[in-house]
Design a protein around this ligand. Sequence first.
Ligand code: ZN
Length: 372
Amino acid sequence: MTQTKQPTEILLNLDTMLPELEAVYKDIHAHPELSMQERRTAGIAANHLKTNGFEVTAGIGKTGVVGILRNGDGPTVMLRADMDALPIKEATGLPYASTVTATGPDGKTTPVAHSCGHDMHVACLIGATALFCKSRDSWHGTLMAVFQPGEETAQGAQAMIDDNLLKRFPKPDVVLGQHVMSVPSGRLDWRTGVVSSAADSLQIRIFGRGAHGSMPEASIDPVVMAASIVLRLQTIVSREVAPADSAVVTIGVLQAGTKENVIPDEAIIKLNVRTSDEGVRKHVLAAIERIVNAEAAAAGAPKPPEITRLGHYSLVTNDVDATEKVVDAFRQNFPDGSVEPAKPTMASEDSGCFGEGWHVPAVYWLFGERRS
Ligand code: ZN
């Protein structure tokens, strides 16, 4: 028997709002802002929240915005969207493509584009808050909209928490978040448990002794040391992590020297680790440290390598009961076959910080954006 669907009244106004939301989306898409610089985007979000009767607090964790809509007794639900774009040049050729440049944290000018879809997240949350405002008679409780900065650099959620978010606003009963993904639009992917991986970025500075290239015996060559480290690090995933577990160790930066006939003093390696289990994560990070130190010792390095943490994303874990409630609601409102269980991804997110910080259940899902 086919279940009769009863879409919630809250969605009834969506069709009439779509042209305005599309304009909001295109405007934000054409004006992307780098992580922790999202002033214009935050201003747009704050204005929409005010128009819709939310109490608005801006400038939390630099550019974060919180809107509260109290509508009688009932649960408090937090909805979260991230606002930042990436230092990438847009090559889509779209009429509303970004031509924006900005100054990155390194002081260099860079093109900026919404390549990760956070423009869509902002437009969606603006739309959701407007829908809840328009249909106050069909729900009760408190809605908390959080527009966070700096997801791409793993800074923003923590910056809002460090700015006393958890004490300044009501503790939600559940935290909901979402991300677009490159699958046909209309699809909603969900899972319970681990949704996205933990990520750890490290910089390793290896110390050698420089010399002229014609006198290798006078050197302790950091290039050879770095090459050996890069190869040996590959054995962590292939030889130390069980086949049923998963991990990624990617070395994205390998830098040393300036001239072909000079052996440099030092080398830099930057790497990124993705894991889905805290035990595996600890093992991989410890193995990196062990291998790096051992290779430096084997080469007779004048001092041990310097390992610096560049960034960290925690695991995003979906609460089982809360996820089932959300999925039931999706199934009531969206066509059969569009709400599907998904595998975990090796993408990373800082959305989990909010549920973890408040010690409340969180649900994070993915939705499609492709035309076909
Ligand atoms: Zn993203």
